[in-house]
Structure formats: structure tokens, C-alpha cells
Design a binder for this molecule. Structure first.
Ligand code: CO
Length: 228
């Protein structure tokens, strides 16, 4: 076994020992059942650890991560995660968590060629194309990058609200809310992107409002600057 992998086993034993000393019933509780109230859909980025960011223990958040936190209607993987989380685990909240500085989003803005993953990132590119005119308002790379990280999280959350899983769950009266957030690698804080949808209609309205607010604020800042 390579030294790197041996180290992981070493870390694992140390962690297991520490947990059992700190809380002897810890593993026993987790073995019995998981009853998470949250489903986290985030980026695979190694700097965005779901549980730690929101201070939740194992057993408290059901997690799905992929490159650039994409939710697309033909991805059986993410759809199965959502269906299992909603119908079986009965989570109360679905958190779509984008992050500033996302490499997947940056690749889209830069038109980078990274191979197969470019096909996956095409979904983020669709979001970029949808707002090409608004994003071109400000010729600043990091501003465009940040806005697309937010827009992507908002649109992926909206996609969840359009799935048969959520629409059927809401029809049955299941109380589940879909949120869009964006996490900052710089200070560890999460921003609320003002999507907290409890119905398909709410998702559509909130998406419209969130995007309108985002670009209205940009326009205002530019008008203020031009008056200086
Ligand atoms: Co990312």
C-alpha cells in the first residue's frame, strides 16, 4: 500500500477512536437510521465540504455533489438522489449550493477546453447564454464569474422545482422547500440567493425576481458611478 493511502487508514482509525471516546453512542445511533432533514446539492470542489459549512453531523444531511452543482432533467443520478431524499427520507429542505470561484463556471466563461467535462458544463453554458446580454454589462471577469456562479445555482434550483418528483410531492401536500445559495471560499460564508420555493409557481416567480434584482443592482451601481 502506498504511503498516501496508508495515511488515510491511519487517519480513519484515529478518527474512529476519537469519536468513540467523545461520544460512545455515536456510531450506534448512526447505524440505527439516518433521518436527514436536508438534501445538499453542491459542487464536487474539494473546498466545499457540505456538512462542515452548515455545522451538521453525519446523518443530518443527504449529499449529492457533481461538477458545478448541475441538475439536469435527464441525469438519473441526481434525479434518483432527489426522489429518494424527498419520497423516502422525506427531507424538508433541498439546498442547491453554488460557490464563488467555481472552476466549472470559470471554464464556461473562459471557453476553456477540458475534454468530456465540457459536455456536462454545457448546462452552465446554457445559463450563461440566457443572460449573455446582462452579463456583458460589466467588463470585469470576476464580476461575471460571480454572477454566473449565482445564476447557475438559481437555475439549477429552478430545475429541481420542475422535476416530476417535486411537482408530485407538492401536489400530495408534502412540505419541502428548495433553496439556492452561494458559498464563498474567501470567508466561508453562505449567501442566500433569495430562492426558497415551496411550489412550482413560487420557483418561477422567485427566479424572475432574484435575477431582476441582481441586474437592477448592477445597473444602479453603474448609474451611481457615472454620477461621480
Ligand atoms: Co465548483
Amino acid at each position: 500500500m502506498s504511503d498516501e493511502i496508508a495515511q488515510l487508514f491511519e487517519n480513519n482509525r484515529a478518527w474512529s477512536d476519537r469519536m468513540q471516546v467523545e461520544d460512545p453512542a455515536y456510531f450506534l445511533r448512526l447505524v440505527r437510521q439516518q433521518s436527514p432533514e436536508y438534501l445538499w446539492i453542491g459542487c464536487s470542489d474539494s473546498r466545499v465540504p457540505a456538512n462542515q459549512i452548515v455545522g451538521l453531523d453525519p446523518g443530518e444531511v443527504f449529499v449529492h455533489r457533481n461538477v458545478a452543482n448541475v441538475v439536469t432533467h435527464s441525469d438519473l443520478n441526481v434525479l434518483s438522489v432527489i426522489q429518494f431524499a424527498v419520497d423516502i427520507l422525506r427531507v424538508k429542505h433541498i439546498l442547491v449550493v453554488g460557490h464563488y470561484g467555481c472552476g466549472g463556471v470559470r471554464a464556461v466563461i473562459n471557453d476553456e477546453k477540458n475534454g468530456l467535462v465540457d459536455n456536462w458544463l454545457r448546462h452552465v453554458r446554457d445559463v450563461r447564454d440566457l443572460y449573455a446580454r446582462q452579463l456583458a454589462q460589466v467588463e470585469d471577469f470576476s464580476w461575471q464569474h460571480n454572477r454566473l456562479c449565482e445564476l447557475n445555482a438559481i437555475h439549477q434550483a429552478a430545475n429541481i422545482c420542475q422535476t416530476t418528483v417535486l411537482r408530485d410531492a407538492w401536489l400530495r401536500g408534502h412540505d419541502v422547500t428548495v433553496h439556492a445559495w452561494c458559498y464563498s471560499l474567501e470567508n466561508g460564508l453562505v449567501s442566500d440567493l433569495k430562492i426558497s420555493a415551496r411550489s412550482y409557481e413560487e420557483a418561477t416567480e422567485q427566479t424572475h425576481n432574484a435575477v431582476a434584482r441582481m441586474f437592477w443592482m448592477t445597473g444602479k451601481r453603474r448609474r451611481d458611478q457615472s454620477q461621480d
